[in-house]
Design a protein around this ligand. Structure first.
Ligand code: CP
Length: 325
């Protein structure tokens, strides 16, 4: 267990050691147990977290805000449109100023080519930790909740097969931060990772290379596939969600047109039946119901999506308690 996480940014999980990630998961399990037992844990009394959102959210906002309250502190919700950012506040000024008011700055900025760079610029100017609530490349707090959920349901993850797959959605061109970050993380846990997508939905090569290196070091594997059905066969964990063809499409319209070639990429009962008998179905939500995943799956016996969403709370409380004290 690592105890020297005070003051650390969490922008990418890959920048934290495996032991540090395990520490978060251990503390998250402890906080979850204490909450179930009604044991208060005001570890951040009088501390505050600024939550700066450039994009909408249900789970991330709710879980960070409730998490700070349960730790005895306060989270302030700041929607970028209501700030002076459009009138000139720079990332440096945001880091300097919000860092002087608060004990942590959490940011969601998912615009492709901008979000991660913005968070890094704020972090460079901030005296307090910057926590990534999702950027264009990474969604570390989602992935921590996913790892916690997988460990709860499957125990030791080494040797388990996870299918990280693209699925069709019509609502919007979703960021690729979840599949990218999930592939990076699960390959560190010795898992056999199937990354499944049509050719237009490839992930940035440098991160695929990093995931391959992670797998080599952990004793796991990474297999790239383009056959949706084949990806389900015998898999222990099905994590199928949509993302935009961001490396090839110039705009949303072009991205949506590419997606329409693959409308049959929906997780349905027939496909789940091809996975292991005790397979779990995961999705970070929101899902395009009956487009991306059939109701019979997301509401069915294999689905763990609500436990997964709950674990956002516990994993984030662990990160905040470890970094913001
Ligand atoms: N999974 C997730 O990040 O949900 P929100 O977009 O609702 O925060």
């Amino acid at each position: 267990m690592q105890t020297n996480l005070r003051g650390r940014d969490l922008i990418s999980l890959q920048e934290w050691t495996f032991e540090e990630v395990q520490t978060v998961l251990e503390v998250a399990a402890q906080l979850k147990r204490e909450r179930a037992l009604g044991i208060p844990h005001p570890l951040l009394r009088d501390r505050t977290l600024a939550m700066l959102f450039f994009f909408s959210s249900t789970r991330t906002r709710g879980s960070f805000e409730s998490g700070m309250a349960q730790l005895g502190g306060h989270a302030e919700f700041i929607e970028s449109r209501t700030t002076q950012i459009a009138h000139g506040d720079t990332p440096k000024e945001i880091g300097e100023i919000l860092g002087r008011y608060n004990d942590g700055i959490a940011i969601r900025h998912v615009t492709w080519g901008e979000g991660n760079a913005y968070q890094r610029a704020v972090a460079a100017a901030s005296r307090v930790p910057v926590l990534n609530m999702q950027c264009d490349l990474f969604h570390p707090h989602q992935i921590l909740a996913d790892l916690q959920t997988m460990q709860e349901k499957k125990g030791d993850l080494r040797g388990k097969t996870i299918t990280v797959s693209w699925a069709y959605a019509a609502s919007y061109q979703k960021p690729l931060s979840v599949p990218l970050d999930l592939t990076l993380a699960t390959t560190r846990f010795g898992m056999n990772v199937r990354l499944v997508h049509p050719p237009e939905y490839r992930l940035p090569q440098e991160y695929v290379d990093q995931a391959r290196e992670n797998a080599r070091l952990s004793g796991g594997s990474l297999e790239l596939m383009d056959d949706f059905d084949a990806g389900f066969k015998g898999s222990d964990i099905i994590y199928a969600k949509s993302w935009g063809p961001l490396l090839v499409a110039r705009d949303d319209e072009e991205g949506a047109a590419i997606g329409k070639r693959y409308t049959d990429w929906i997780t349905d009962g027939r496909r789940m039946a091809m996975a292991a008998e005790d397979a779990i179905y995961m999705h970070p939500l929101p899902a395009d119901r009956n487009v991306e995943v059939a109701d019979e799956v997301i509401d069915g016996p294999h689905s763990v999506v609500y436990d997964e969403a709950e674990n956002r709370l516990h994993a984030q409380k662990a990160v905040m308690a470890l970094t913001m004290r």
